[in-house]
Write a protein of this length. Structure first.
Length: 255
């Protein structure tokens, strides 16, 4: 059944817009959105970060528990899009793009009563089917995980991050390829760094649009440099996390 559905969605691949819609679920794009929200309103931003990290860790744990391969390795004639294949490096279930986009855009939709934003994660989920890197089950469960943590907004972030980190290390010691556990390992490390940094974050702040733009431009430049020289992505993630929390203190002090 899933094979037939994927073949139907594959016909939509001639519509190139799905190559760009899927970027709205990419971790790096979501980081820029999260950073903007945090700099605009740190209280809302912290809530968004916790929700996203909670859902992200659970999603990555599920990937390592179920170890379901990508559909293009199971079914014939799927032939995934080369554009999307670059980010389809880990296990298939559940869809990280679907979960991530729901965690961020769903949170904003719920927080600011902008239900139209819920359309974005659903479009991202469809794009993953069109591009041939996920099955319907993958994207549906990914959306549900994101939605659950938006609604609950509860859970022990430290415990979940520790499970994610230890599970990825355990899998690696048992012979699992690093490519299959690197996302799980990274989100676990970033979550623990966030937990360590949080007590030292300054008082609530709200930066102007101008200061937000000034802060985002260097981060975008760093990302382009890292991609151009094919450097490890984790360098960007760590620099981004540090900048996200350090920059507001500098910006506010310049008032």
């Amino acid at each position: 059944m899933e094979y037939q559905i994927l073949m139907l969605f594959k016909a939509l691949r001639i519509i190139k817009i799905f190559d760009y819609i899927t970027l709205l679920g990419d971790t790096k794009v979501l980081l820029f959105i999260i950073c903007t929200v945090y700099w605009k309103n740190s209280i809302v931003g912290i809530e968004l970060i916790k929700t996203t990290l909670m859902a992200g860790n659970v999603s990555q744990i599920a990937k390592l528990v179920f170890c379901i391969p990508r559909p293009f390795t199971i079914y014939k004639n799927i032939n995934p899009s080369k554009f999307a294949l670059k980010t389809a490096t880990g296990y298939s279930f559940p869809s990280g793009h679907s979960q991530g986009s729901m965690s961020v855009f769903g949170f904003l939709a719920n927080k600011y009563n902008r239900n139209i934003l819920y359309a974005i994660p659903f479009l991202v989920a469809i794009s993953r089917l069109v591009l041939g890197v996920h099955t319907p089950t993958d994207v549906i469960i990914g959306l549900i995980i994101g939605l659950i943590f938006i609604r609950l907004n509860k859970g022990n972030l430290f415990v979940i991050a520790l499970i994610s980190l230890l599970l990825s290390i355990f899998k690696y010691t048992k012979g699992t390829e690093f490519m299959l556990i690197k996302d799980d390992l990274m989100i676990g490390i970033l979550t623990l760094l966030f937990i360590i940094i949080t007590p030292y974050i300054q008082k609530p702040h709200k930066l102007s649009n101008k200061k937000i733009l000034i802060g985002l431009i260097p981060l975008a430049v760093v990302l382009l440099i890292i991609k151009y020289f094919n450097l490890p992505t984790y360098i960007f993630y760590i620099l981004f996390l540090i900048t996200m929390f350090v920059y507001p203190k500098k910006a506010v002090s310049k008032k």
